[in-house]
Design a binder for this molecule. Structure first.
Ligand SMILES: Cc1cc2nc3c(=O)[nH]c(=O)nc-3n(C[C@H](O)[C@H](O)[C@H](O)COP(=O)(O)OP(=O)(O)OC[C@H]3O[C@@H](n4cnc5c(N)ncnc54)[C@H](O)[C@@H]3O)c2cc1C
Length: 489
């Protein structure tokens, strides 16, 4: 196994939104620096960064020297060659033999490494960050580490780490929907994906190791410049089984809400505009035999819903919150079998511990980021992990985005439900008074997602065309800018 520490730098395009959803009254400029509190206040002390117009290529590439542009073009062209990609290891071996190790390394640093990698430590990344900053280009520091793992090993690790103890011994865990079950043909998640890093779970010690590396990345980001970002992937921090199981639960719960909405004649509405009549909802649930009438009345009290008499998806989601014990006893209809099934699986003691440790690692990283003044971007990953990743990110935002946005979620606009996801999170931030932070992307896993949906047999989560993805991207972008109380940095 060859491990090498490198920091990858992603230039920040202006689609990173840090939005204040706090009441306007808290957003007045502070009287003095000590009084700085609230999302809007931070703007007053940060020197203005000139905006880069990315539609004007001459301006967008002003920070790059001519030889760098030639190098970048060459590297990207070479990377797009299927023949070269298929034989790159052999070609590297030949080049190493012909040039010798030192010359080979120099060549790599001048070409591929130089294009993709910012440096190996805090010191070496500084000049590039300073240079970019002078041209108004920010940065997101990503920890890149090479791990030699064969496709077979990757598949074996994935199958093992995505299956629960109860599923292994067949002792009656509820059956996950197809999308949230692991499949050997897609066990190697690196297939067909261009991404900074794919993590495979080995054991808890390895996750601690990844966490240490990410802590160093955050430190380097903080040490290199003010106002930087670090990117992390939650699949680095624990057993992916939990992400799959939790995603399954969240999706089934949400689908159940939409099923009820359709019964009330609200099919097709944007999630944030869908509001169910409580009395009708209670009737439907009682008829389905999911819970007794008295139990259902206890779910929807004035404390949980206010006096509106309606339930929206945010109220609905709050019922499943870890703070209530309701979900432990809850059954919902499985759309594939039509049977009522428990919403939550039972975990073994060890699995509970593993899940807690994953949350603890997230906590350690978020605290470190806050201490170092670094904003943390949580990358979006495969759609079968994403509902859980988004939900855990939201929990971190609630805790850490009190005065300003430290935790940024990522929304993939190639997903059919991207607009609903981004607007619901913004509305929740507005209601609860914390600062919303988001990165909008199109999405990096399209080919793999589509193949998986066809092979396993569930609805393709991706928009049907590139144009539809673009339309979703612009809609989400406009949606976040136009939200009440929103401020774009
Ligand atoms: C700073 C940064 C952070 C990123 N973080 C993430 C992340 O956390 N998670 C993530 O998934 N991606 C992430 N990405 C990747 C990003 O989403 C894009 O996939 C990637 O940048 C390629 O887009 P492009 O602009 O080069 O190509 P473009 O051609 O503009 O876009 C390609 C993308 O459009 C979509 N698309 C293309 N054709 C179709 C079609 N027929 N139907 C539907 N959709 C289509 C797909 O998403 C495809 O990947 C990140 C990228 C950057 C630069």
């Amino acid at each position: 196994m060859a491990l090498k520490r490198v920091f990858l730098l992603r230039s920040v395009a202006p689609r990173v939104a840090a939005l204040s959803t706090k009441p306007q009254a808290q957003e007045q400029p502070p009287a003095s620096p000590e009084a700085i509190r609230g999302c809007g206040a931070a703007k007053a002390v940060r020197p203005p960064v000139p905006d880069v117009d990315f539609t004007n290529t001459q301006e967008a590439y002003r920070s790059r020297r001519s030889w760098e542009l030639v190098r970048n073009l060459l590297v990207l062209r070479l990377c797009a060659s299927p023949v070269l990609l298929a034989h790159h290891e052999q070609l590297f071996q030949v080049a190493r033999k012909l040039l010798g190790q030192r010359m080979f390394e120099r060549l790599m640093k001048m070409t591929f490494y130089g294009h993709f990698v910012a440096g190996e430590d805090q010191e070496s990344i500084r000049p590039l960050i300073r240079h970019n900053k002078a041209f108004g280009v920010g940065f997101i520091l990503d920890y890149g580490v090479e791990e030699d793992l064969s496709p077979e090993e990757a598949e074996r690790k994935e199958m093992e780490s995505c299956t629960s103890e109860a599923e292994r011994d067949g002792s009656g865990a509820n059956k996950r929907e197809k999308q949230y079950q692991v499949h050997p043909a897609f066990g190697d998640r690196r297939d067909g994906v261009i991404s900074a890093r794919t993590y495979f779970y080995a054991n808890e010690a390895k996750c601690d190791n990844y966490m240490e590396n990410l802590l160093q990345c955050i430190e380097a980001s903080g040490g290199a410049s003010d106002g930087g970002f670090s990117a992390i992937k939650l699949t680095a921090l624990g057993r992916p089984q939990f992400l799959l199981q939790f995603s399954d639960v969240l999706t089934r719960w949400r689908r159940f809400f939409h099923q009820m909405a359709a019964e009330q004649g609200q099919a097709g509405r944007a999630a944030v505009d869908t509001k169910l009549e409580v009395a009708v909802l209670q009737d439907s649930i009682a008829k389905m035999g999911i819970a007794s009438r008295a139990e259902i009345e206890g779910w929807f009290t004035p404390e949980t819903l206010g006096v509106s008499g309606t339930v929206d998806l945010l109220d609905w989601n709050s019922l499943i919150d870890s703070r209530t014990r309701l979900s432990r006893h809850l059954v919902v209809p499985n759309v594939q079998t039509g049977q009522l099934e428990p919403l939550l699986s039972r975990f073994t003691e060890e699995e509970e511990q593993q899940m807690k440790r994953m949350l603890q690692r997230m906590d350690v990283l978020a605290k470190k980021a806050k201490e170092a003044g670094v904003r943390l971007m949580i990358d979006a990953e495969q759609s079968y992990f994403q509902p859980a990743i988004s939900r855990l990110t939201l929990e971190m935002q609630r805790r850490f985005n009190v005065d300003k946005p430290f935790i940024f979620n990522t929304f993939q606009c190639y997903l059919k439900d991207a607009y609903d996801n981004v607007t619901l999170d913004m509305e929740l931030a507005r209601r609860e008074g914390w600062c919303f932070g988001a990165k909008l992307v199109r999405g990096a896993y399209m080919a793999q997602e589509r193949d998986r949906a066809v092979e396993i047999g569930y609805e393709d989560p991706i928009n049907p065309t590139y144009e539809a993805t673009n339309a979703m991207y612009h809609r989400a972008n406009r949606g976040t800018r136009g939200w009440p109380g929103a401020k774009l940095r």
